[in-house]
Structure formats: structure tokens, C-alpha cells
Design a binder for this molecule. Sequence first.
Ligand SMILES: Cc1cc2nc3c(=O)[nH]c(=O)nc-3n(C[C@H](O)[C@H](O)[C@H](O)COP(=O)(O)O)c2cc1C
Length: 213
Amino acid sequence: MRLLALSGSLRARSSNGAVLRSALAFWDGPTATADIGALPHFNPDLDGEDATPTAPVAALRAQVATADALLVVSPEYAHGVPGVLKNALDWLVSSGECVSKPVAVITASPSPTGGDHANAQLREILRMMTGEVIQAACREIPAIGPKIDPTTERVTDEATLSELRAALSHLAAATGTAASDLESEPAATSEPATTPAAAPASTAAAPHPSARP
Ligand SMILES: Cc1cc2nc3c(=O)[nH]c(=O)nc-3n(C[C@H](O)[C@H](O)[C@H](O)COP(=O)(O)O)c2cc1C
């Protein structure tokens, strides 16, 4: 099973990048990380069926299309999703590569909230795109700073590593699960647990936008 990761931080020494790399180590299969920093600004005029996507857009769509699951790891900016990540997701709305794709959302922050606003927003966006957001595979990681070794730029905090291992395990299990089975999962609460890497909530998928603008 192929896993494609997207990071919402372009920062060279990103803590979310460290979380992403640490999480990928728990995936039993090929992995890749999308280069979303190379994408142009989303423009619906360039997104129609007759439009020829630019190379970075075509590359992203191809990577998502061939992935069996997606891992989205992101910081929170101003209680929201970083623009670079929202931009990447906007390029995937109408083209449909995310439809029925199992997705895990992990946010990490130096704050005690673990990027909970961005995490909730990302899950909502991905559900609107009819990705299969796997609740058990989502995490909000608070106080991320000391949980990373600055030399290796990997997570070293054992509790957080354990949560990442569990999250990737849930994502892998869900990757072979039919959407109808996922929809029958128990409804989630809206309150993330206050664990070292808390698992946020999920809701039912929304209808996919069936036509391009
Ligand atoms: C423009 C900006 C806005 C931010 N807003 C938030 C925020 O709303 N909530 C939060 O927890 N952290 C916020 N932060 C702090 C980031 O969580 C912190 O810089 C983090 O290290 C960024 O992730 P990275 O290390 O993966 O780049 C913000 C940082 C920046 C640069």
C-alpha cells in the first residue's frame, strides 16, 4: 500500500516535517511526500476539464491518484489551515483524486492545543472532498518542541511515537476497508482527549462535488 504525505509547513526545520518523517517510518509500504510548495495559486480558470494542468498540479494529482492512503501533517496558522496546504487541496477538489481515499490528519504545535482548529478544519475540508477521514488515525500533538531531537529532526518522545504508530496502524487497517464499513463506525465526540498526542473527532462524509465549476 502506497502512502502519500502532505505537509502544511514549508519551513526547513519544521516540527511538522519531523512528525511527518517519524510517522512515515511506521508505514509498511512505499511512501512519498508531495512538493506542494511548487504549486501555483489555485485558479478555477485553470481547473476546467479543458485546461491543461501545470506540471506541479499534474504531478500532485498523479501522486494522489496512485496513493492508497493520504497522511496530512500540518501546523496551525492563525487558528486555520496554512494557505499552502489549502491551496494544494483546492487543486484536488474537482479533479477527484481524493474521493474515497483514506486520510489521516495530524497537527503539531508548540501550544497546548495541538493545532486543534486546523485539525478540525482539515478534517472538514477532506470530508467535503469525500476523502475517508479515519478518525482513529487523526492526532493533535501539543507542546511539540521538546518532543523532537533537533539533530535528527525526528520525534523522540516515546508517548508521541506510540501515538504515531497507532495512528498509522489505524490508517493502514482502514486502507483495506470499504467506505460503507467506515461509515458505520460509531459517531465521534467533538472533544479531543488530552493525551500527549490526542485523537480528534470525525464526522460523516459530505457529498462529493460532482461537477467542475
Ligand atoms: C503566521 C503564524 C501563525 C501561527 N498561528 C498559530 C496558531 O494559531 N496556533 C498555534 O498553535 N500555533 C500557531 N503558530 C505557531 C506554529 O504552531 C509554530 O510556528 C510551529 O512551529 C509551526 O510549525 P512548523 O514547525 O511545522 O513549521 C503560528 C505561527 C505562524 C508563523
